[in-house]
Design a protein around this ligand. Structure first.
Ligand code: DUC
Ligand code: ZN
Ligand code: ZN
Length: 486
């Protein structure tokens, strides 16, 4: 047997289906052998019975994404990927965002320039955000881009600068059906938000906490149901992103019960924050937790935990959307004390995602280690066309791995994190685990300090999603759907 570049000894390896004790042999950045008592490698790491999971895939992050409203994202590909590595994430999928009136191809090219060649510490792919599905985009740009490795895109049902109407969503869904792409949907009812915001502002209710009042759970439920109906009409899989509450989870379960390929994603903020995190009074501190959909209540948190445990959700991502609290280009881009409707939407979380779910999910026995792996890596790899290169511990897969320190008591502070944001919403939280080591393609990128040279991270072209119902043979909930294939 050839000598491995690296052998990780005595691992308690976890995949989406199994837990097994083994040595992991790695050569040329890939896992080449899983076995017992492997011969000495050129390099050795003793995992000493520790859990070893696939490196996390954070399939919903925003890095260096132009916002168009004067706010600037605090993390680019350098700081965002460094922070990811330090928290056990080895693949990032941020968004190349089309400008209304602009070309999608230009957006992708611009985003490659932003990613650069000397920034990323871990591997990354791109989703696209489609804001203007013109005939040129639908008929020319998108089919080519999907072919070239950009096989997933997000559509917004709210935000004037980003949103599509139902008819435009149908156009894109039909295209996704023809080209076998994955559509992610931000489901909130735009008009309801606008109307409620107007009422709140007219009453002088502008503090951060009124952000939650402007986006109640039912506006997410309504939009989710509409998105599901549009996808059912076209007979195409969709994934509802950043689901925050039981009402939306019910819609997803209902759709899944009907046999529709409707997938759900949720995020740490819906497990660990509530609307009280937006503040009880009128001070601006609560703006740190303004994100959309907003954090809800304890009952919603329980519903999200249930959805994670019972299989309703497929993906647990961070929705890392990094804006600084101090200074004039983040949460305060519209002045020192702006109304809730002017505060940049989003919170940081790329570094804390994995430890929060391992500590509060696995260590507290709310989910199994295997389910953790499914939610944080394997399912995203399958849905976004990166499997089996990413998302598992298997012979032939990239050696993207996390060795867990499970006896570690960690108090989360912003100081210990490696992003470029000046706060964490989880400040002071006590966790009982943190990644001891992160490896990306067999190279240590975190061992208590970030390691590796920025720029070592590679761009990943995505294949088509690996889904039931995503190939022609077993399609057909509706007789007329093949009409959309022309
Ligand atoms: N949607 C996101 O996906 N991220 C940040 C804010 C938002 O509305
Ligand atoms: Zn969104
Ligand atoms: Zn997002």
């Amino acid at each position: 047997m050839q000598t491995h570049d690296l052998v990780i000894r005595h691992a308690r390896a976890v995949t989406a289906s199994d837990i097994f004790h083994c040595d992991i042999g790695i050569s040329d950045g890939r896992i080449t052998t899983l076995g017992q008592r492997l011969p000495a490698g050129t390099q050795e790491i003793d995992a000493a019975g520790r859990f070893v999971t696939p490196g996390g895939i954070d399939s919903h992050v925003h890095l260096d994404q132009p916002t168009g409203d004067g706010s600037v994202m605090a993390d680019d590909f350098a700081s965002g990927s460094r922070s990811a590595a330090c928290g056990g994430t080895t693949t990032l999928i941020p968004f190349a965002c089309q400008q209304k009136g602009g070309s999608l191809r230009d957006a992708v090219e611009d985003y490659h320039r932003r990613a650069g060649t000397d920034k990323a510490l871990v591997d990354y792919a791109f989703h696209m955000i489609i804001t203007d599905p013109t005939p040129a985009v639908l008929n020319e740009e998108l089919p080519r881009l999907i072919q070239e490795g950009y096989s997933s895109f997000k559509l917004y049902m709210s935000y004037a600068a980003l949103m599509l109407n139902d008819r435009q969503i149908l156009d894109v869904l039909a295209l996704a059906r023809r080209e076998h792409a994955m559509v992610m949907l931000h489901a909130e009812n735009h008009d309801c938000i606008g109307w409620l915001t107007e009422q709140l502002l007219a009453a002088g209710l502008t503090a951060p906490r009124f952000h939650a009042a402007s986006r109640p759970r039912l506006i997410e439920r309504e939009a989710a149901h509409r998105a599901i109906s549009l996808a059912e009409l076209v007979d195409v899989p969709i994934l509802l992103v950043h689901v925050s509450a039981g009402e939306t989870i019910e819609q997803i379960r209902w759709a899944q019960g009907k046999g529709l390929n409707v997938y759900g994603e949720t995020c740490p903020q819906y497990l660990f924050l509530t609307r009280e995190s937006l503040g009880l009074g009128d001070d601006f501190e609560g703006a740190k937790c303004i994100c959309s959909p907003p954090p809800r209540d304890k009952g919603s948190q329980e519903a999200v935990w249930r959805g994670l445990a019972n299989g309703t959700f497929s993906v647990f991502s961070s929705d890392h959307a990094p804006f600084r609290f101090a200074g004039a280009d983040g949460k305060r881009a519209h002045g020192d004390n702006p109304g809730f409707h002017q505060v940049a939407n989003g919170i940081p979380g790329v570094e804390t995602r994995m430890a929060l779910l391992w500590s509060e999910g696995v260590c507290r026995r709310r989910i199994t280690p295997q389910r953790f792996v499914e939610l944080t890596a394997t399912n995203a790899a399958k849905l976004y066309g990166l499997y089996p290169r990413k998302g598992s511990i298997a012979v032939g897969a990239d050696a993207d791995l996390v060795i867990w320190d499970q006896d570690k008591k960690v108090t989360v502070t912003n100081e210990m994190l490696h992003h470029n944001v000046d706060y964490t919403p989880y400040e002071g939280m006590e966790l009982s685990a943190w990644p001891a080591m992160t490896l990306s393609r067999g190279e240590v990128v975190w061992d208590g300090s970030p390691r590796g040279t920025p720029g070592r991270g590679q761009f990943l072209r995505c294949d088509r999603p690996l889904l039931p119902g995503a190939d022609d043979s077993d399609r057909g909930y509706t007789d007329y759907a093949p009409l959309f294939d022309r």
